[in-house]
Design a protein around this ligand. Structure first.
Ligand SMILES: Cc1cc2nc3c(=O)[nH]c(=O)nc-3n(C[C@H](O)[C@H](O)[C@H](O)COP(=O)(O)OP(=O)(O)OC[C@H]3O[C@@H](n4cnc5c(N)ncnc54)[C@H](O)[C@@H]3O)c2cc1C
Length: 511
């Protein structure tokens, strides 16, 4: 007899959300997490004596309101050190722009009147289009094909929402879905700092440059979230609040529990085996880890037909973001910039595209672009008094980097930082660079990709992670997917986990 109704593999924010949603419906759920803490991409860690940092993700804007409210994360301790965070688009000359409010509602700094007016119009348009797509994050993608009944109504629903935009907007929406962000920015704006920051935001976490086709889809995905915020205590606090919330609902979370394989008996998923040899069983097995790892390593090709093996193997998972942590023995000076903002080094669209080009050929950017947060500027406890900690997401680096390449890339990053914050190098007491390979090894981000599968037009909606597994259910009865590799993708969002649980509860299984 199964001991649990459901076993969730992976205690990241998607796994916790799936567990919480099922437990709310009275299911007995066990979460198995290989690490010593739950959270996956949402963890806070000590990285040097006296210094701590959000280990992977460092900003929040995509957290699904169903999860935040449904698990009542506030009452389980989730608080914010900053909300509605501004972005400073840095300039090497010190002439920076500050995009305030939810994605540049107002802009402070020297900007022409023409650009101010064009940006206000463009921003409104982008926000309007992103809002149309928002509801689709909170549902399973429709199934295509004969005999799927009201599944097609969902597509019709999307169509209606888009049509509701009106004729002109509709044309514009279709145009923007197909072209790239660089062309849009060049059409509408002049200012390099503004265009650079938006181009950077569009390609953040993606294997794309601003001139790559369909890049604007990713900006819509980002804008479908909320304004940026920083949880008190770093991103780990999101997972801590989620863990407390789901435990209060009766979920059991086992840490240091590495799932080695999924048990398949009579072609059904019936349980899991841990690395220590222990076996556990349940009626429903939910994998909230990478889909490629799920199918190829945990299930194994012998239980899959050849089509599934190749579809799982072919999921695109290129990731080129690097995480940099610096322990600083003083206050960095970004030429007078307010450190209580998010800092972006992406001086122009061209700079972002030039940074992307080498990685196509397996090389790192000579002049990297990056997003910087100084958590110690917002809250005490991240660094000793008078010291600071810097957390940056830097692009672009290839997955394969030997020791020499890592050292050379760090040198290029530090040289870039030095031109925006002169003297920063002398403040560094410890640095940590997590390359895509490190992120794969330490956190399971295969290929270093932060969505557990590229969020590209060909891997979205009913194509995510691939046809036949896009509605969270897999071809193996009893096995479900619930991680970022499923719709609607990654970020500290939990939407995939919540959607998967809803689908399980509705008994939507095909078989
Ligand atoms: C460098 C980088 C920076 C990022 N920055 C941001 C950001 O600022 N904001 C944002 O919103 N998003 C950011 N992201 C994306 C975000 O971290 C991920 O999309 C998100 O963590 C995905 O959540 P998840 O729960 O699906 O998977 P994960 O967070 O990866 O969780 C999966 C969990 O499963 C566990 N696990 C894996 N294999 C096993 C196994 N065999 N047995 C048991 N447990 C297992 C892992 O330890 C992990 O805890 C970033 C990603 C990267 C790589």
């Amino acid at each position: 007899m199964p001991s649990y109704d459901a076993i969730v593999i992976g205690g990241g924010t998607n796994g916790l959300a799936a567990a919480g949603r099922l437990a709310k419906a009275g299911r007995k759920v066990l979460v198995l997490e290989q690490a010593a803490v739950a959270g996956g991409g949402a963890t806070t860690k000590d990285f040097a004596k006296g210094y701590k940092v959000s280990a992977v993700a460092h900003l929040l804007n995509l957290l699904d309101p169903r999860v935040e409210q449904g698990l009542d994360l506030k009452s389980h301790g989730l608080e914010f050190a900053a909300t509605n965070l501004s972005t400073t688009a840095l300039s090497p000359t010190g002439d920076y722009l500050i995009l305030k409010g939810n994605y540049g509602e107002t802009i402070a700094g020297t900007l022409s009147d023409a650009d101010r007016a064009s940006w206000a119009e463009l921003r409104q348009k982008l926000m309007r289009f992103a809002a149309v797509l928002r509801p689709f994050k909170a549902m399973a993608p429709p199934r295509l094909g004969k005999g799927v009944g009201n599944e097609m109504m969902k597509l019709a629903g999307l169509g209606l929402k888009i049509r509701g935009l009106g004729r002109d907007d509709l044309r514009e929406f279709m145009r923007l879905m197909l072209i790239n962000v660089a062309d849009v920015l060049d059409d509408e704006l002049q200012d390099d700092r503004l265009k650079g920051a938006i181009a950077f935001d569009t390609v953040l976490g993606a294997h794309l440059g601003p001139r790559s086709p369909n890049s604007l889809l990713l900006l819509f995905n980002r804008l479908a979230g909320e304004a940026l915020s920083i949880p008190k205590g770093g991103m780990g606090s999101v997972a801590t609040a989620m863990s407390k919330a789901v435990q209060a609902l009766g979920v059991e979370i086992r840490l240091n529990a590495w799932v080695q394989s999924i048990t398949i008996a009579d072609d059904k998923a019936t349980g899991v085996t841990l690395k220590n040899g222990e076996t556990l069983s349940a009626k429903t097995i939910i994998s909230a880890i990478n889909p490629k790892t799920t199918f190829l390593d945990l299930v194994g090709p012998r239980h899959l037909d050849t089509g599934m093996v190749s579809r799982a193997g072919n999921i695109l998972m290129r990731g080129n973001a690097v995480k940099l942590h610096l322990a600083l023995k003083g206050t960095p000076n970004f030429k007078g910039v307010d450190l209580k903002t998010r800092l972006v080094i992406a001086p122009s669209v061209r700079a972002v595209e030039d940074a992307f080009n080498p990685v196509k050929y397996g090389e790192f950017s000579e002049n990297p672009v990056m997003e910087i947060v100084i958590p110690s500027a917002f809250e005490e406890g991240f660094a000793p008094k008078g010291h600071h900690v810097l957390s940056a997401i830097v692009q672009y680096a290839p997955i394969a980097m030997d020791t020499k390449a890592r050292a050379a890339f760090l040198k290029r990053i530090m040289a870039t930082l030095e031109s925006y914050a002169p003297g920063i190098g002398k403040l560094v007491v410890k640095s940590e660079l997590l390359t895509p390979e490190d992120l794969e090894k330490q956190y399971g981000f295969v290929g270093g990709n932060w969505h557990h599968g590229e969020l590209a037009a060909e891997q979205m909606l009913f194509l995510r992670p691939f046809i036949g597994a896009a509605q969270y259910e897999t071809a193996i009865p009893g096995l479900w997917l619930a991680g970022a590799g499923s719709h609607p993708g990654g970020g500290i969002s939990s939407a995939a986990g919540w959607n998967a649980a809803e689908r399980i509860l509705k008994g939507k299984g095909r078989r």
